[in-house]
Design a binder for this molecule. Structure first.
Ligand SMILES: Nc1ncnc2c1ncn2[C@@H]1O[C@H](COP(=O)(O)OP(=O)(O)OP(=O)(O)O)[C@@H](O)[C@H]1O
Ligand SMILES: [Mg+2]
Length: 382
């Protein structure tokens, strides 16, 4: 493939925070950026020389984005295949519609993983409260997830007893879900893999991640897990990237179970919240790596240069639309503030994150946790 060189234009399907940070990396490297997003005030707008405001299902808008771009990539997986195919008629599109087709449906993705021999927890595809009851009987505690459209734990319900089944099914309100056994997690980790069209592949060191109520709270790299577990996680992630034939990025979320085994939670063929620390920790950030991979440039070195951690900032610590006072945390050693430029703060909405470097992963993590607590307490007292 002839590389798409700086000076060319990258079209982004999706202008949320992931698109914004990837667009910043693209701009740094001298690319122009165009964005398509349903929200006219999307976070990536500030970086784009052209923003198309349209629904994901608008095939003409997807075609228009691609017409103005030398290559198209995406920050979310929930884009209808018809729109992806419309874009692909006008410019190279990475990752491909075939990859997105597998990944964007939770049931299809899990079945694909299982059929390919990758480790996944027990699950059933359910289409009614009755199906869900059967799953609950089989699994005991389970977690029911809509096959389409969920993120940050939305479109999910946890069911521990039979008498919770009806309410859980009704609360999700989707025609099809995956019911998974509720697993005893010892820890959570993820592995980011970059792959280019030539088949060149680079994995990042695994990230250790902590979620609260289904939403990522913090991530730290290096993970500190046993090297054997890290190696196994990397093998699984690279195996999936290769089998999928993904071009671009693939984040593989994994669970470490109490018995020491790993199983895949889910896949994301794009930049991922758990690798925001790569901007500070790694030779090449995930965002620059995406640009390199989709433009057919050599992939960058993924080595960890220094430990780093991130802590997510949700709209909960905004008071109304008033941002918390960031001056205090910026005085802490190693701490940086990353904000996504979202105009409206809502509880649960990802508004930004804090990052910190440290001499060790534990120190980096302690720094972001301390910084967050300072920020949250100043927000509560204002
Ligand atoms: N089967 C399970 N057993 C135990 N915990 C689970 C299970 N599935 C999900 N969780 C918990 O919920 C979190 C979010 O789950 P999942 O990744 O499926 O949701 P999501 O909405 O796609 O989230 P995100 O967009 O943040 O990736 C997991 O990281 C984990 O902490
Ligand atoms: Mg997840």
């Amino acid at each position: 493939m002839t590389p798409i060189l700086p000076g060319s234009t990258i079209g982004f399907l999706g202008g949320g925070q992931l698109g914004r940070m990837a667009a910043m990396a693209a701009r740094t490297m001298g690319y122009d950026v165009h964005v398509l997003d349903p929200d006219a005030h999307c976070p990536a707008r500030a970086l784009a020389s052209q923003t198309i405001t349209a629904r994901w299902a608008d095939v003409d808008a997807a075609a228009k984005l691609a017409e103005g771009a030398d290559v198209v990539t995406m920050e979310i997986e929930q884009i209808p295949v018809l729109s992806l195919e419309a874009a692909q008629r006008h410019a190279p599109l990475h990752p491909s519609p075939a990859v997105l087709f597998i990944v964007q449906d939770r049931a299809r993705q899990k079945e694909w993983l299982r059929n390919q021999g990758f480790p996944v927890g027990p699950f059933r595809v359910v289409r009614s409260a009755e199906d869900t009851r059967v799953a609950q009987h089989e699994f005991g505690s389970c977690i029911v997830k809509a096959t389409h459209g969920g993120y940050d734990g939305r479109g999910q319900a946890r069911v521990h007893h039979e008498d919770e089944v009806n309410a859980a099914w009704a609360s999700i309100g989707a025609p099809e879900c995956v019911a998974e056994r509720f697993l005893d997690l010892s820890a959570e980790l993820s592995v980011m893999v970059a792959r280019s069209e030539s088949g060149e592949m680079r994995a990042y060191a695994p990230s250790r991640n902590h979620h609260t109520d289904g939403v990522l709270t913090w991530s730290v790299i290096p993970s500190g897990f046993d090297p054997f577990i890290e190696k196994h996680a990397a093998e699984i992630a690279c195996g999936i990237a290769e089998r999928l034939g993904v071009v671009g990025l693939l984040a593989v979320e994994l669970f470490l179970l109490d018995d020491g085994t790993l199983c895949v939670n889910e896949l994301a063929p794009r930049p991922h919240n758990t690798y925001h620390h790569s901007e500070r920790a790694c030779v090449t950030s995930q965002f620059e790596q995406l640009v390199r991979a989709v433009c057919g440039l050599p992939l960058g070195d993924t080595d960890v240069v220094r430990p780093a951690a991130i802590y997510n900032l949700l709209g909960d610590i905004w008071s109304g639309q008033q941002a918390p006072d960031f001056a205090g945390v910026l005085a802490l050693p190693g701490v940086r503030v990353h904000l996504y430029g979202k105009r409206e703060a809502r509880p649960g909405r990802k508004m930004g994150h804090l990052s910190a470097c440290g001499a060790t992963a534990d120190q980096a993590l302690a720094r972001v946790i301390d910084a967050y607590q300072l920020l949250a307490s100043s927000a509560a007292s204002s």
